[in-house]
Design a protein around this ligand. Structure first.
Ligand SMILES: Nc1nc2c(c(=O)[nH]1)N[C@H]1C(S)=C(S)[C@@H](COP(=O)(O)O)O[C@H]1N2
Ligand SMILES: [Mo]
Length: 526
């Protein structure tokens, strides 16, 4: 049995893979996986809104330039949150690997790293949630478990120089022990993260007793019969089919006992409502179409539902708006802000609502429970703040909503537009029994009303489409035109006019800064 000196021990095969730079990197990565998993599990158990990965993801979103964010949403669609979770986890593990390069020489950076990771979790939990001390749990667990995991891996895999272990194991045994230790550690971390996922069902659970909506004081008539064309968007969007767009990686949670809707700023009498008080306020229902400014021509970030809520103008009248104000900043539980024109919120012809229900049911967590704003005729980023907590009466000069410094217009009136639903691009068109191809879609000119839709093929003459019965000026209309088309490929275009006869612009524009424009064109095969 050879006698090993300290340096020859580290250099020999018997020192094991843990002594290499790669081994060190893998060791700290494994410890970090366990720490992250434990942090997520602790969050799922004790503070669901304080998931470290999700909160850091939220902070990353806030620091991401709007162009990049738009690109992510464009590429990943509604999987953007999964992508961000992946990025945050991968970025964290990459850093862990870098920290681990020197692990064989010194463990101090590894300990500092897991403490730092826990501190970041704590900082985001305290700044991005309103959970109070409970917010400290996930970050603390992350650090404590991280320190333990670093210590354990070091003890089990790194050679020590005490007399008892100065006789190294054979290389194979060391490697096996190294692999077992790391795989067990990382596996436990992945197991914990999976457990957290199961506990939260992928989103954060609502611990509140269900909201019971009061009977509205006024309800619109039943929707008219829509046009019946296969592939055409239904006249009313099911709540679960409604698009979802927001900056929240985790659905913000509210607590029924502490949630308030506050009306403050330039008002004579600031008001604050508990949820129970708000539920006793008279509510009305309106049928309206909501759009995201990011909707591209032909896109599906648009839906039409029945909103139930309290007219904002009634609440503002009670608070007494002071002279000079022209904007109402909405703030959400997760500190998102939007600034809507005071004029639109107090307009007697337009029922901007503090919304508590959609299609007769309380708001789902994803769509803003317990309360959100909705302003007819204005894109969501300006007038539809979800998880609403505060309406602050102010001026455009004094304050800007979240997206405005990020390059989007302060005002967001919805542009007149239409979408061809069927035939869909690239697919073979179904020729009807009359030998014609039914072309159908939806058109909106929210708060001006849809007056006409026209369709043309291959740049030819425009033809008037049949419109579904008008619901109201805030609601989209379905349209249908049966076109005679020869076999082959055709370019079909559609355009809409508002009720005053003003046609939408032909000039294409991207969504930024104030909404996409141009005709929807679809190439179809007959
Ligand atoms: N708190 C909060 N509210 C928000 C947003 C957000 O990011 N955070 N996004 C807005 C945008 S851009 C749109 S288009 C609508 C979408 O509402 P929905 O997800 O219920 O369809 O919510 C608005 N309200
Ligand atoms: Mo939006």
């Amino acid at each position: 049995m050879p006698v090993h000196t300290r340096s020859s021990l580290l250099a020999s095969a018997g020192a094991g893979p843990a002594s290499s730079r790669l081994g060190g990197a893998l060791s700290v990565i494994a410890a970090t996986i366990l720490a992250l998993g434990a942090g997520e599990l602790a969050a799922a158990l004790f503070a669901p809104a304080a998931s470290p990965v999700a909160l850091v993801g939220g902070a990353v979103i806030d620091m991401t330039p709007p162009g990049v964010k738009d690109a992510v949403i464009a590429i990943f669609g509604t999987a953007d949150k999964i992508f961000l979770t992946f990025c945050v986890s991968a970025g964290t593990l990459l850093l862990a690997g870098l920290v681990g390069l020197s692990f064989a020489r010194t463990r101090i950076p590894a300990y500092a790293w897991v403490l730092f990771a826990g501190a970041v979790a704590l900082a985001t939990a305290f700044t991005r949630t309103n959970l109070g001390v409970g917010a400290a749990v996930p970050g603390s667990v992350l650090s404590v478990v991280g320190v333990g995991a670093v210590g354990l891996i070091a003890a089990l895999t790194l050679p020590t120089h005490s007399p008892a272990t100065s006789t190294p194991m054979a290389g194979g045994a060391t490697r096996r022990r190294f692999a077992t230790t790391l795989l067990t550690t990382a596996g436990a971390g992945i197991g914990a993260a999976a457990g957290a996922q199961v506990l939260t069902g992928g989103s954060t659970p609502a611990a509140n007793e269900p909201i019971v909506l009061p009977t509205p004081t006024s309800t619109p008539p039943e929707l008219p019969q829509g046009l019946d064309v296969p592939g055409l968007t239904p006249l009313r969007t099911e709540a679960r089919e409604l698009y979802r767009i927001d900056t929240a990686l985790v659905v913000p949670q509210y607590r029924r006992d502490t949630w308030r809707l506050t009306i403050d700023g330039m008002v004579e009498r600031p008001l604050a409502f508990t949820l129970d008080e708000l539920l006793r306020e008279p509510m009305i229902e309106i049928d309206a179409t909501m759009l995201c400014v990011s909707n591209s021509i032909g896109g599906d970030l648009v839906g039409s539902v029945r909103f139930q809520g309290i007219p904002v103008r009634d609440l503002l009248a009670r608070a007494g708006v002071k002279k000079g104000a022209d904007q109402v900043i909405q703030t959400s539980i997760d500190k998102y802000t939007a600034g809507a024109p005071l004029e639109a919120l107090t307009d007697p012809t337009r029922d901007a609502l503090v919304v508590l229900g959609i299609n007769g049911k309380p708001l789902t967590p994803e769509h803003g429970a317990p309360a959100r704003l909705f302003t007819p005729g204005i894109y969501g980023y300006v007038g539809a703040t979800k998880w609403l907590t505060t309406l602050t009466v102010t001026t455009f000069a004094a304050q800007q909503g979240y997206w405005v410094p990020r390059g989007w217009s302060a005002l967001g009136p919805v542009k007149t537009a239409t979408r061809i639903d069927t035939p869909s691009a690239g697919k073979r068109a179904v020729v009807g029994p009359d030998g014609k191809v039914p072309v159908a879609g939806v058109a909106w000119a929210v708060h001006r009303g849809v007056g006409a839709v026209q369709v043309r093929a291959d740049g030819g003459a425009w033809h008037d489409a049949e419109l579904s019965t008008d619901v109201n000026i805030d609601y989209w209309r379905q349209w249908l035109l049966r076109l005679e088309l020869s076999p082959g490929t055709h370019l079909v275009e559609a355009r809409a006019a508002d009720a005053s006869g003003q046609w939408q612009t032909e000039v294409p524009a991207p969504p930024a800064p104030n909404g996409a424009a141009g005709y929807h064109a679809v190439e179809i095969n007959v």
